[in-house]
Design a protein around this ligand. Structure first.
Ligand code: PGA
Length: 262
């Protein structure tokens, strides 16, 4: 079974508008030239997760640039329907403004905003039923790793996070050890490989044969100089990139590594 390689950039709460416009254009043009040079039928997909106002910008500037090579996602999605929910942005609205993907359960949402596994489950379901592809983010903290709880923590996050999702929907997972996010510290090849293998087994137990179609990305301080090693690990189907997605040269360097290992 061939899974796509997904190179995803999570801009988080960055950058400001003017540099963001240039960043988007540079990433978009760099992606088009690379994927078309690859014969136009590359297994590599590029997804960007900018802050929400960018969805409106894409809609109002749609005629000015080619967005065909870069898919867009939202960093968070509400599980509420339309209604009196001040401040919320639901999956359906995000989808109508051009989003195709949604991150769910990112560790910053969990640790700073108190999101729980049951909330992640509702958001995964809301995203998928509105036609978005959720990427459920899971990963252990340093204390949990040092206490030997890594497998237990990621299994629980995976099983609960997917518990409301019906079989037919497309989704992905991102393994992001919390201690590697934004710290410059990456997990070793062995650590990544064993957690990805474990996640695939848990996924097979929970969801049967369809588990093999689900891409599992790695995230946590992915940079151009470690991307080839990380993306070359058996069972790693792409990267979720934070800091290095804010510079076009470094994000495109990671994309080059993805193309080289595909
Ligand atoms: P980082 O972030 O690449 O800056 O470590 C990854 C993420 O939070 O998804």
């Amino acid at each position: 079974m061939t899974r796509p390689i997904i190179i995803a950039g999570n801009w988080k709460h960055n950058p400001q508008r003017i540099p963001g416009e240039s960043l988007f254009r540079e990433i978009s043009e760099g992606t088009i030239s690379r994927l078309s040079a690859d014969g136009g039928d590359s297994p590599v997909r590029v997804v960007l997760f900018p802050p929400l106002p960018w969805l409106g910008w894409f809609v109002s500037n749609a005629s000015q640039f080619d967005r065909s090579a870069v898919e867009i996602g939202v960093q968070e999605v509400s599980d509420r329907p339309l209604g009196a929910f001040t401040g919320e942005v639901g999956a359906q609205l995000a989808q109508q403004f051009g989003a195709e993907w949604a991150l769910v359960g990112h560790s910053e949402r969990r640790s700073i905003f108190g999101e729980t596994d049951p909330q992640a489950a509702s958001r995964v379901k809301a995203a998928a039923t509105a036609g978005l592809r959720p990427i459920l983010c899971i990963g252990e903290t340093l204390e949990q790793r040092e206490a030997g709880e890594t497998f237990e923590v990621v299994s629980r996050q995976l099983e609960t996070g997917l518990s409301k999702l019906d079989e037919e929907f497309e989704y992905a997972l991102a393994y992001e050890p919390v201690w590697a996010i934004g710290t410059g510290r990456t997990a070793t090849t062995q650590q990544v490989e064993e957690v990805h293998r474990h996640l695939r087994e848990v996924l097979r137990r929970a969801r049967g044969a369809s588990a093999d179609e689900v891409p599992i990305l790695y995230g946590g301080s992915v940079k151009p100089d470690n991307a080839q090693a990380l993306l070359g690990i058996d069972g790693v189907d792409g990267a979720l990139v934070g800091g290095a997605s804010l510079l076009s040269a470094s994000f495109l360097g990671i994309l080059d590594a993805g193309i080289a290992t595909a």
